[in-house]
Design a protein around this ligand. Structure first.
Ligand code: NAP
Length: 276
């Protein structure tokens, strides 16, 4: 741990929980530096707070400057406000990260948007924005930081997916498809960089208690499962990235649904039709 002083963190999600396990990369853990998108809210914010507890220097990316200021004050990190849906923003983020942090030990791509309702009613503008933020922006950002990681032979990439991407959820067609694309991206990228010192971890959360649902314009209405705290997702996904795990489901039991989906698709479809 460094002796660098840091401001007091008042958020419950910021407990020092990051394991010190070693992974298939020589990148240090806890990381010295991290670039975190979606850091102004929810899961990304919780991850930034937990990283700061481990003296990781963070660059916080989001659009909401006021929220970023609050997280920057709590973490001692720097903030960079930008719209990741805008072409070229990823290069601006990557340049700023190198300027502020130097080498990036960990990239956390948490920025994302939801969309709910019948697919035929989704506007083309909303669909384009969904794909730009959920799919293109993490791909572009990884592309921007990966060459330096590969050159150094170390680095960790942590992508925030969703169970919706693995299962395909009715009423969330565009969102499910965007997160399914992220699963394909993570799998292919992991295979491509294997043995070159860079790990790729995908987290698949279920419902999480964040402003996500309000912002997508449709509240979470299921009685079960109950949304879990963003601090728990951050804790599990950072631990998985520390170990260099390929993926982590939060809560873990949700992987059962994916196993049924993969092993017996007709049975899964029947159950999904009954239980939604
Ligand atoms: N909440 C859930 O139930 C749940 C479940 C599974 C997966 N996830 C995934 O978890 C990730 C984080 O979601 P969350 O629950 O933490 O939601 P959240 O609280 O709404 O946070 C979303 C974050 O993404 C950022 N963002 C959205 N659009 C952006 C854009 N165009 N440019 C830059 N930043 C943008 C937001 O920044 P600003 O606020 O500054 O605009 C915010 O920091 C997402 O990828 C989401 O798909 C969420």
């Amino acid at each position: 741990m460094s002796t660098r002083s840091r401001p007091a963190v008042q958020d419950r999600a910021s407990r020092p929980v990051i394991s010190r396990a070693r992974a298939a990369t020589s990148a240090p853990w806890p990381p010295r530096t991290a670039l975190v998108t979606g850091a102004s809210s929810g899961i990304g914010r919780a991850a930034a707070l937990q990283l700061a507890h481990e003296d990781t220097r963070v660059l916080l990316v989001g659009r909401n400057g006021v929220a970023l200021d609050e997280v920057a004050a709590a973490t001692g990190g720097h903030r960079f406000a930008t719209d990741l849906a805008v072409v070229g923003s990823e290069n601006a983020v990557a340049s700023r990260a190198v300027e502020i942090l130097g080498d990036i030990d960990l990239l956390v791509c948490s920025a994302g948007v939801g969309a709910a309702g019948p697919f035929e009613a989704m506007s083309s503008t909303a669909l384009r924005n969904l794909v730009a933020v959920n799919v293109l922006s993490p791909m572009m950002l990884v592309r921007a930081v990966l060459p330096a990681m590969l050159e150094r032979g170390e680095g960790r990439i942590l992508l925030v997916g969703s169970v919706a991407g693995a299962l395909g959820v009715r009423g969330e067609v565009g969102y499910s498809a965007s997160k399914a694309a992220l699963i394909g991206f993570a799998d292919a990228l992991r295979a491509e960089v294997a043995g070159r010192g860079v790990t790729v971890t995908l987290v698949l959360p279920g419902a999480v208690d964040t402003p996500f649902f309000r912002r997508r314009g449709a509240p979470y209405v299921r009685r079960w499962p109950k949304p879990i705290p963003p601090g728990l997702v951050a804790e599990r996904m950072l631990a998985a990235a520390g170990r260099g795990d390929a993926e982590v489901w939060v809560p873990g039991w949700m992987s059962l649904a994916a196993r049924v989906h993969g092993a017996a698709p007709p049975i899964y479809r029947r159950l999904a039709n009954v239980f939604g």
